[in-house]
Design a protein around this ligand. Structure first.
Ligand SMILES: Cc1cc2nc3c(=O)[nH]c(=O)nc-3n(C[C@H](O)[C@H](O)[C@H](O)COP(=O)(O)OP(=O)(O)OC[C@H]3O[C@@H](n4cnc5c(N)ncnc54)[C@H](O)[C@@H]3O)c2cc1C
Length: 228
């Protein structure tokens, strides 16, 4: 069993410790350059689980990031980028207030036909990391073993399930719900809807080229080698 890269101990004290460790390590100052990695110690904050269960106040995190940004103007862009993620977080909460249960339907927020099916065979391949697409399979193995997946990884596997395999995105969201240590109903179903073209992405047919993504974000194939 692989150790999860995310810190699992509960409560506000440890959450604040991790927040300070992340900011002091220079992680936030370099967020723009590292955030698309598939793994690593401080490539992202890994504060999601505490933010999700209410142990860490997003306002406190925002304030601490602002404070650190003032002392490090050369890395302002990175601080702005991570603060923007907290705004995405708020955005999904507001969308749920507006659209509620629609997030739990295959159609999502859209009126158009969804073109996704309850294809159990394809879903099982995806869930078990047996699609034959190395980057997708590696990511799905990582999720099963650790309860974590990077944001870039989540974008790729959700796109692949809904837009390439054309499997009902609700199934994918439910699988994430059962596996993610940082599971958060708004961020999970909100992002799944977005990536599946059933949410607020104005480019509903947006697609990723997996070969290009792999070359860009796992250039030496180290991540794939680790998980397959
Ligand atoms: C399909 C899919 C499912 C997701 N499911 C979840 C989930 O269940 N729980 C969850 O917290 N996030 C989810 N996300 C958003 C994002 O991937 C995670 O918040 C992030 O990878 C967690 O790692 P981190 O704490 O190191 O984040 P960082 O990159 O350090 O970001 C800091 C915090 O900002 C918030 N955040 C970051 N990215 C996003 C985003 N795209 N949308 C909303 N908030 C964001 C989170 O609270 C995160 O902890 C999902 C994204 C996708 C594409």
């Amino acid at each position: 069993m692989h150790q999860s890269p995310i810190h699992c101990e509960g409560g506000e004290t440890i959450a604040i410790e991790r927040m300070k460790e992340y900011i002091n390590s220079g992680g936030a100052a370099h967020y723009s350059q590292t955030r698309n990695q598939f793994d690593g110690q401080n490539f992202s904050s890994q504060l999601g689980s505490w933010l999700a269960n209410g142990s860490l106040s997003p306002r406190l995190l925002f304030e601490q990031l602002q404070k650190a940004q003032k002392t490090d103007p050369g890395n302002s862009q990175s601080f702005d980028t991570i603060k923007e993620q907290l705004i995405w977080r708020d955005n999904f909460r507001f969308l749920f207030l507006r659209y509620g249960d629609k997030f739990f339907t295959t159609k999502g927020l859209r009126r158009t036909p969804h073109g996704m099916y309850n294809d159990l065979e394809a879903f099982e391949m995806w869930r078990k990391g047996k699609t034959g697409q190395p980057i997708i399979d590696a990511l799905m193995h990582q999720l099963r073993a650790t309860g974590f997946m990077s944001n870039r990884g989540r974008m790729l596997v959700s796109f692949y399930l809904a837009k390439e395999l054309k499997v009902n995105w609700q199934w994918g969201a439910a699988w994430f719900e059962s596996k993610l240590l940082d599971y958060d109903v708004y961020n999970n179903y909100g992002n799944w809807a977005y990536q599946s073209g059933r949410g607020t992405d104005s480019r509903v047919n947006r697609k990723f080229n997996l070969a290009t993504q792999t070359k860009k974000f796992d250039p030496k194939g180290a991540f794939i080698q680790k998980w397959i």
